[in-house]
Design a protein around this ligand. Structure first.
Ligand code: AMP
Length: 117
């Protein structure tokens, strides 16, 4: 069996990290190297290595990631359009993926440039 990802170890409570949010599908915790005042990682409990490898049976998991983002934004007080947040998913080398366990970055708390770097 392949080694657990760092995110799987956090989900399984083998590595301590306070959870910002959890439900039956996902867990969310603060990024260790934040790129904005708010930088939360939303991770599915099911290991999907990266978004392009998701399959039809992952539809509910993928939906749960986005629904969780809205709930977390609400909880953190950034859901109002006068504030806001950005969701990012990195797939592969050119995008800067470094952990092979699908995750959504939720970034907020400052004005975010577009296009991204
Ligand atoms: P990505 O580059 O899209 O694969 O994002 C991986 C993210 O995981 C990076 O932003 C890292 O800072 C973050 N990260 C790596 N290890 C941990 C950890 N133990 N706890 C929280 N965030 C982590």
């Amino acid at each position: 069996m392949s080694e657990k990802t760092i995110f799987q170890k956090i989900i399984d409570r083998e590595i301590p990290a306070p959870l910002v949010y959890e439900d039956e599908w996902v867990a969310a915790f603060n990024d260790v190297n934040p790129q904005a005042p708010i930088h939360v990682l939303i991770v599915p409990k099911k290991l999907i290595p990266r978004v392009g490898e998701a399959v039809a049976e992952d539809q509910a998991t993928l939906g749960a990631l986005l629904l969780a983002a809205g709930k977390i934004a609400d909880k953190l007080g950034i859901k109002d359009r006068s504030k806001g947040f950005r969701l990012v998913i990195n797939h592969g080398k050119d995008a800067g993926e470094s952990v092979p366990h699908l995750h959504v970055h939720l970034l907020a708390g400052r004005s975010l440039e577009w296009p991204p770097g």
